[in-house]
Write a new protein. Structure first.
Length: 647
């Protein structure tokens, strides 16, 4: 695939996420840019989203939380229904009925789930099919949208199915196989009924050795022949393969730990320990670096994080040697391929949880704890599992005890070329067998032309939905109701203790607006479905009339809120209610812009403007909304406190 085509596919995937509600599976070989794509979505897509991952470490690296912690799921097997022959002792099993009885969310978590627009699941290759169905069950129930997959939330699945598969015990699979074709995520019942759009990134940035790339592709696709295996096994070197400077990729933690321990002990000098600083809540299983790093001068280490500085001095997987340790606190290393030494700086990882800001109607990240440690680990050996995402120019691979077919592919694909490979054990045909169910699913990827045509249609649906949602006043009603709940701490109540009259009157006005918007949405849906044949002339007229009606009522609410802001400015120690009211003021202004936008969008449809032209108009409103939020947060800080303090 050419770089131009690969760039087109990445942009296409981004537009599917940003401008459609369609569920997406973004896959690709190791080193094709999946992680970079995830970070771009987080930066640039203006949807209320959360990032989830199957394990604590993968969640920390992705900047999110684990699937189980977000949905508050206990470790168990999920089955669509309980089999009649069930009676096995000691196995935790849930069904839709028992799951929904067990899950009890606090009001804030329910609000967060109800208002989500996008869920990103990273490292989806390790996610089981039954877990996906459990997520679908919860989302439909909490969001009360039982007829839509995942309750109407857009899902972005990211991962490489040819790497490490989900873990399923044999006794678990005996029961699961009665309901599922495979343990892989794509065989969840919800995804078999509503398949995601599959996009595969094919341009590999890690390797430029064409022969090696061909062999890796052959292994990946179950097409490796005797010549391919012979080419790999020519690098088999029995005996003393632990050359100075080479890292060994092995199958089990115990083997890697033993090799590192022996190599460190063989070095002269004193062992110096560096302990991590843990603050707040940070689970042991999620530690992204060792809690105690033990080093000597001469120790081989590997960076486990990319350098965030402008110089980009190191990357995840770069190897180095400890040159000196100063005062038992400062570590200086010489990175491989470089001459000068570099002082290490400790890095901080955050453990977060998501919370919903009702006033701003957005998802915020709350830091629960932090983990500060040097971003390195001993690197004479590492497990193949922990090598995922890393790049090595040269490495020893010890995969003779491989317990998963994906392990051999993961290990080999860490290397930049065949010349850097040293095998400690031969690769046998049985150890590179790819699950045929994965291969069958991978072949379902549609062509670029089909994806483009589908995107064009989906963008038009997205425009129609934007027009519909602009007149939905449920969000504004929730904002003012939220203020009423806070009246005990922020606003003076009336004689009956029910909150100030201005706030109660505003809520009555919001309810009247919402009642009107519900009736209007019925008309609007019918017009959008039928008015295209008439050139959208009726849609333009109705949007204009609706805008005139709602504009006057929004202006009344803005006047009331503005008056309260002016009154509070004259009082001392009113930073929290001022911050809330400024957020409400911004929210009303944004709603006004969205409603006004529908007039321009409907007119653009009537004039036959292209879908991309209309999308560009929507982007301009989104950018202005972002600018408004920045101004509002700046005002909140000047006023003495962050807006989120009130949540």
């Amino acid at each position: 695939m050419s770089t131009e085509t690969e760039g087109s596919l990445l942009e296409l995937a981004f537009q599917y996420v940003r401008y459609t509600d369609r569920n997406i599976f973004l896959t690709g070989k190791a080193g094709t840019g999946k992680t970079s794509f995830l970070h771009r979505v987080r930066r640039e897509v203006m949807k209320r989203m959360v990032v989830l991952a199957p394990t604590g470490v993968s969640a920390i690296h992705a900047g999110g939380v684990t699937i189980h912690s977000f949905f508050q799921l206990a470790p168990s097997m999920f089955l669509p229904e309980l089999p009649h022959e069930w009676g096995r002792v000691g196995m935790q099993v849930t069904t839709p009925e028992t799951l929904l009885r067990q899950v009890r969310y606090a009001a804030q978590k329910k609000e967060l789930i109800e208002d989500l627009e996008l869920i990103i699941i990273d490292e989806v290759s390790m996610v089981r099919s039954d877990l996906v169905d459990a997520i679908d069950t919860i989302l439909r129930q909490v969001r009360r949208r039982f007829d839509l997959p995942f309750g109407g939330v857009q899902m972005l699945f990211i991962g490489d199915l040819f790497q490490l598969p989900p873990v399923v015990k044999p006794e678990d699979w005996e029961l699961m196989k009665l309901h599922y074709e495979s343990p892989f995520f794509f065989d969840a019942r919800v995804l078999r009924q509503y398949p995601p759009v599959c996009m595969e990134l094919k341009k590999i940035f890690r390797q430029d050795d064409e022969v090696f790339i061909r062999i890796l592709n052959a292994i990946r696709n179950n097409e490796a022949g005797s010549e391919d295996l012979a080419a790999i096994n020519r690098h088999y070197r029995p005996g003393g393969v632990e050359e100075e400077g080479l890292i060994t990729l092995t199958t089990h933690n115990a083997k890697a730990d033993l090799m590192n321990h022996r190599a460190l002990g063989a070095l002269p000098g004193e062992v110096i320990h560096f302990d991590a600083v843990v603050e707040g809540d940070f689970p042991d299983k999620s530690f992204p670096a060792e809690q105690r790093i033990s080093l000597k001068v001469g120790a081989r280490v590997m960076f486990i994080r990319n350098d965030k500085g402008e110089s980009r001095r190191y990357f995840n997987g770069k190897l180095a040697t400890v040159d000196r340790i100063e005062d038992g606190q400062k570590i200086f290393v010489i990175p491989d391929g470089e001459e000068g030494e570099m002082e290490l700086e400790a890095e901080t990882w955050k453990n977060i949880r998501y919370r919903y800001d009702k006033v701003k109607e957005r998802v915020d990240e709350e830091e629960l704890g932090s983990y500060r440690q040097f971003p390195i680990r001993l690197a004479w050996a590492i497990t193949i599992h922990k090598s995922q995402g890393l790049t090595f120019e040269r490495a020893v691979i010890d995969a003779g005890e491989s317990f998963s077919p994906g392990q051999v592919y993961v290990a080999l694909s860490r290397l930049t070329g065949l010349s850097g490979l040293v095998l400690k054990s031969r690769i046998h045909p049985g150890s590179i067998h790819t699950d045929p169910r994965v291969l069958a699913f991978a072949r379902q990827e549609p062509g670029l032309e089909v994806l483009n045509d589908q995107l064009e249609a989906d963008k038009r649906v997205f425009i129609h939905k934007t027009i519909l949602l602009a007149f939905d006043c449920e969000g504004i009603l929730r904002v003012f109701t939220g203020l009423l709940y806070q009246q005990g701490t922020m606003f003076s109540a009336d004689e009956e203790g029910e909150g100030p009259e201005w706030l109660k009157a505003s809520i009555r006005g919001c309810r009247e607006m919402q009642s009107t918007s519900v009736r209007f949405s019925v008309q609007l849906r019918e017009l959008i479905a039928t008015d295209g044949a008439h050139g959208y002339v009726h849609l333009v007229e109705r949007c204009g009339s609706a805008w005139a009606y709602f504009k006057s009522r929004l202006a009344s609410l803005q006047e009331v809120v503005g008056g309260e802001i002016r009154a509070l400015r004259l009082k001392r120690r009113q930073t929290k209610p001022l911050a809330w009211l400024r957020s409400v003021e911004t929210r009303l202004a944004l709603q006004e812009r969205l409603m006004q936008q529908t007039v321009d969008l409907s007119r653009g449809l009537a004039e036959g403007r292209s879908v991309d032209h209309l999308i560009a108009m929507m982007d301009m409103v989104q950018e202005r909304a972002g600018d408004m939020s920045l101004v509002e947060e700046s005002q909140a800080r000047l006023g003495g406190g962050p807006v989120r303090d009130g949540v």
